[in-house]
Design a protein around this ligand. Structure first.
Ligand code: GTP
Ligand code: MG
Length: 382
């Protein structure tokens, strides 16, 4: 089972207490204080590890705590520090505080380490408090308690390309053909139940692109129909979305309706996804109605379309090249959600100002003229 969300309760180690001890040795009377310091508590450390696939380990074992520091000892011996607890998480893991909902940490690169909860400091032994006026102190300080917290670990897969499409559109078939990943493919909807990330290799140019295959989307996914929106978070970080459309309409749906509904579902999920650059891939071009539908589709949808057939493997090389270009060479521009022209605004304001000013100034001039004519007429009467 693929688990991309887990609640965890974590606690770092407490510091060891300081020790009260006096040196007792033959022929050394009044040896003085020699109580050592307590050791530091262990930290809770998150380590980003690309060998981790999901967060399953945390679902089954949500309580994690680091070791406490050992108290100080006599003969000026400090207690050993508690061991840190190092927790490996897959790249793309976010840590959210359960209570405040704040994003606490995000691990994206292999080897990245984050100290989530720091261990408590160790206390001081009585050897630290000796002075000329207090040569036999019994004073120590206790170790500091460790930190604790309830967190939610959320995995958002990191890939360059995210495949979006209706169930049975051929997303997993394409992933199987282009990458070494082997997601299950079958002629029934919702074959894929979790995210599969594959790598498209470009040996000639020593390049690679990560592609994420997610479960199919259907109309009403925002109302939790089908597998809902829950897997869309895995393509939130992708540089490019690839819409796989069944151009043959083999399930008695129209390809342009599929496209419209997919766009709508992405819009309803988030603005980030709605604005992401995208490429449309017309699949199943080997089937009879596909060519006819493609013509109609192109007349209805303005975005560029790449026709392929996973069955005959036609167009796959072309698609691979175009994906490389779109992701690495000249990234496709993000969609504009709001098309407002700021220049037009300025012009409007100027016009409006002019409208307001003109009648006022005209009126003023007319009033002034009237006053002058009245004065002149009064003088002439006198
Ligand atoms: N004729 C034809 N069939 C195809 C083509 N591509 C995929 N299929 C078939 O379509 C069916 C569904 O393919 P999948 O790859 O499982 O579809 P999916 O989009 O991953 O589906 P979900 O995982 O359910 O979302 C399989 O039986 C494939 O053999 C194609 O180009 N031509
Ligand atoms: Mg699939």
């Amino acid at each position: 089972m693929f688990i991309d969300e887990a609640k965890v309760i974590m606690k770092s180690g407490a510091g060891g207490h300081g020790c009260v001890s006096f040196r007792r040795e033959k022929f050394i009377p009044k040896g003085g204080p020699d109580g050592g310091n307590g050791g530091k508590g262990g930290d809770i450390v998150l380590l980003c590890d690309r060998n981790e696939g999901d967060l399953q380990a945390y679902r089954w074992q949500p309580h994690r705590s680091a070791k406490n520091g050992i108290p100080g000892m006599g003969r000026q011996c400090a207690g050993p520090d508690g061991a840190d607890l190092i927790l490996p998480v897959p790249p793309g893991t976010q840590v959210v505080d359960e209570i405040s909902g704040r994003l606490v940490a995000e691990l994206t690169e292999h080897g990245e380490r984050v100290i989530l909860l720091a261990g408590g400091k160790g206390g001081m032994g009585n050897m630290n408090f000796k002075s000329s006026v207090n040569q036999a102190p019994r004073r120590t300080t206790p170790g500091y308690p460790g930190e604790s917290g309830n967190f939610r670990l959320v995995l958002k897969t990191i890939a360059d390309i995210g495949l979006v499409g209706y169930p049975n559109a051929g997303k997993s078939t394409l992933t199987n053909l282009l990458t070494a990943a082997r997601p299950k493919m079958a002629p029934y909807p919702f074959t894929t139940l979790h995210v599969n990330v594959g790598v498209i290799e470009y040996p000639a140019i020593h390049g690679r692109i990560f592609m994420a295959d997610i479960p199919g989307l259907i109309e009403g996914a925002h109302e939790n129909r089908g597998l809902g929106h829950q897997f869309l978070r895995h393509i939130e970080r992708c540089a490019l979305l690839v819409f796989i459309i069944d151009m043959a309409g083999s399930e008695n749906r129209k390809p342009w309706d599929d496209h419209r509904i997919l766009e709508r579902e992405l819009r309803l999920y988030s603005k980030i996804l709605a604005g992401k650059p995208r490429v449309i891939v017309a699949n199943k071009m080997d089937l009879p109605k596909a060519a006819e539908n493609l013509k109609l589709f192109k007349s209805k949808v303005k975005d560029p379309v790449i026709p392929i057939s996973c069955y005959t493997q036609d167009g796959l090389e072309d698609l691979k090249e175009k994906l490389w270009k779109a992701v690495k060479v000249s990234p496709v521009k993000a969609k504009k959600l709001v098309s407002k022209k700021p220049v037009a605004k300025k012009a409007k304001v100027k016009k409006a100002k002019a409208k307001i000013l003109k009648p006022k100034t005209k009126k003023k001039v007319l009033k002034a003229k009237k006053k002058v004519s009245k004065k002149v007429s009064k003088k002439s009467k006198r």
